[in-house]
Design a protein around this ligand. Structure first.
Ligand code: PMP
Length: 407
């Protein structure tokens, strides 16, 4: 792993080189979506200029080229998360769809009345609502792992929630609202002792942490391309082969079938069984370039850089009067979530925007977590590979000025 040269990295991101409200843009909304390097943008353009064709069925050259590029991204993802095979990598439109796929198909087949599903207080709405819908339909019971005030899961309570009734545990790898990294491997081992399956929401971890679905032994892993320097509208679901094979299809349509007659339809092999209809071909192909971009820098280098930024931000936040850190877990991805005494998070966000600084404010699609922490929302600055110490210093100086008015 090399040493990160920020200026070189930033050259790959055209969007960063602009002024917002008369100030250079400092983009700290990376947990919502990352910016895209030029390689991704050019791959998308090249696809539509040269290769555009529907995949998997044409006899002609463009169709087979598109298919090859599309399937190449699946192979890159397989390696990126260390899945045993490409057939266990389902292409979806995002983490949300990946989780819904499991809820509707695994859920339809394997969850019955009285069964229990465990989630956690840290979950994003997309890892809460699909399970609520399923539990309502099936008469199953949803249990929630509580947290400590630091934003870390209460693992003693988790062990007490697990039982022979537990059929599935669905937990976020890294929290989008606070950054907490959960001790997922240990949690998976404990779930497996009771025969429960484990789904990881990797939306916030895949850009920052090494992902090894075999090493972790998770049963399902979901993530979104757009949080890993790739396009929106593309996501992935890894599932263990025996589970995917036992699960009924998700949506019906073209591509997911072997043979269709009005009497009986047979379904296609993995992964196509779960991929009805024409997918987001160009964006899937372009995501391959995002994976290469991350691999070229190396996750370890990225993580060291982001940890360095976070450490600097946390240290300097002590200079801000009325700064209220929210989420102080020991293990965190590069998320700084906070409040400023006497100022609404939304107003903090607006004032930062006036200085060209982009943060997210609000509940971050984690309303139950906000309720638990007894805050309406937070201000969230989340860092990526292209952020710099100078940008963090600007954030801190702006927050000092903003806070001074009311503290
Ligand atoms: N889970 C987590 C932890 C997230 O941060 C997000 C995106 N904010 C999602 C799930 C949903 O991802 P998407 O909107 O890309 O489907």
């Amino acid at each position: 792993s090399g040493i990160l040269v920020e200026d070189k990295i930033r050259e790959f991101f055209p969007i960063l080189h602009q002024e917002v409200n008369g100030k250079p843009l400092a983009y700290f909304d990376n947990a919502a979506t990352t910016q895209k390097p030029i390689q991704v943008i050019e791959a998308l353009r090249k696809y539509y200029e040269l290769d555009n064709s529907n995949i998997h069925r044409g006899a002609h050259t463009l169709a087979s080229r598109s298919t090859d590029y599309f399937e190449n991204t699946r192979r890159l993802v397989k390696e990126f998360i260390n899945a045993p095979s490409s057939e266990e990598v389902i292409i979806t439109k995002g983490t949300t769809e990946s989780i819904n796929l499991v809820a509707s198909t695994f859920g339809r087949k394997f969850i019955a009345k009285g069964d229990e599903i465990i989630i956690s207080t840290l979950e994003h709405h997309s890892n809460i609502v699909p399970w609520q819908l399923l539990c309502e339909e099936k008469g199953a019971i949803l249990k929630v792992i509580p947290i400590h005030d630091t934003g870390e899961l209460d693992l003693v309570a988790y062990r007490q929630l697990l039982s022979e009734k537990t059929k599935l545990v669905a937990v976020v790898h890294a929290s989008n609202a606070l950054g907490t990294i959960n001790p997922i491997k240990e949690m998976i081992q404990q779930a497996h002792k009771y025969g429960a399956k484990f789904l990881m929401d990797g939306a916030q971890s895949t850009a920052h942490l090494d992902i090894d679905v075999q090493g972790l032994d998770c049963d399902f892993f979901a993530f979104s391309a757009h949080k890993v320097y790739g396009p929106t509208g593309v996501g992935f679901l890894y599932g263990k082969r025996e589970l995917l094979e036992a699960m009924p299809p998700y949506q019906g349509g073209g591509e997911m079938i072997k043979e269709v007659s009005f009497e009986k339809t047979t379904f296609n092999d993995l992964p196509y069984k779960f991929e009805a209809g024409t997918p987001n071909i160009g964006d899937v192909i372009a995501f391959g370039e995002a994976i290469k971009f991350v691999n070229n820098i190396g996750k370890e280098t990225i993580r060291n850089h982001e940890n360095h930024l976070l450490k600097h931000a946390v240290e300097r936040s002590a200079e801000i009067k009325g700064f209220i850190p929210i989420g102080t877990a020991k293990a965190k991805v590069s998320v700084l979530s906070f409040g400023i005494n006497n100022i609404h998070p939304f107003d903090v966000g607006l004032m930062l925007d006036a200085s060209g600084i982009a943060v997210r404010t609000g509940h971050h699609c984690t309303q139950p977590l906000m309720d638990r922490l007894q805050v309406e929302g937070t201000v969230r600055a989340s860092f990526a590979v292209y952020n710099t110490i100078e940008e963090i210093d600007r954030l801190i100086e702006s927050l000092k000025r903003i806070s001074k008015r009311k503290n």
